[in-house]
Design a protein around this ligand. Sequence first.
Ligand code: OGA
Ligand code: NI
Length: 353
Amino acid sequence: MATTRNIPEYDRKSELKAFDDSKSGVKGLLDGGMTKIPLMFIHPRYNPDAKSESAVSQFRVPLIDLDGVKDNATVRAKIIDQVRGACENWGFFQVVNHGIPASVLEEMIDGIRGFHEQDTQMKKEFYTRDFKDKVSFVSNFDLFEATAATWKDSLSWPMVPNPPDPTEFPAVCRDIVTEYSKQVKRLGYTLFELLSEGLGLHVNHLKDTGCAEVIFHVGHYYPPCPEPELTLGASRHADSGFLTVLLQDQVGGLQVLHQNQWIDLVPMPGALVINVGFSLQVITNDRFKSIEHRVLANRVSSRVSMASAFGTTLFPSSKLYSPIKELLTQENPPKYKEATLQAHVAYLRGKRV
Ligand code: OGA
Ligand code: NI
């Protein structure tokens, strides 16, 4: 059960500005020896001690083995069924044997950790809220809009269609960024093919609809938190794009809202987490569900994750979307009118609140 916390009066605007101006993120606060979290990070309605918010549950996010998906028709048909079921019932699943070598996953995690744990002066050069066509280091994309800040810093970059020049990437992760991006793009294509077939559409339908036209990467760093029960690593939200591929380290903390319970998404070595975004929910006429998730803060260790968003409404586009015609019947009329993804997502977000 959520409770409401009383937060003392403070000059929130000035605190946010001072924090942003420091260009050092949450990690910078800790490096400075901070032992109590600043008021701007306190989430007034979050109380993880309440038992109903702890994630002891009989539910498990589906785990799907992609082994044989390209070379065995029977196996492929079974995988397609599993993927479709997961998108309809969970909006989330994990995949193993996805074709990205374990060494690439490890190096990507190490690269993101390496960036965030390097000397603050080096990081400051990348600090900017202008993330659209640049490599950007920032803490809390929505710092000035959200009701409470979250306990994380992020390094982001657009990869498709306009990637930054390789020399613009931080030296500690430059090489692995290129390799990981290439591999994750291929996996994304495979997933859109499976999803298309799962919907009874031509194998290329979702790719041709533009689902992989934009790929945006975010490498998150969640520093250890001295007061984890007062804040969150990531507030509850649903992703705005079509599909997100998430690589996480083994620390844990990601939770998915399923049947009104927060379920731990337990990390598994070599696995990748896949989740449906609002845009895919719209074009499948609510058949695939975009599910809310959050990340808990923890006292003991830092956590690293790397999200690759296929589609995002961070980059406004005038392209219009409506539910895919082939999926509509008299019994299943369109639930959405033709509109930009920004408009669809704003509408869906509004409905959830
Ligand atoms: C996100 C997200 C979860 C995580 O980037 O949208 O939900 O584990 N990340 O970092
Ligand atoms: Ni998310």
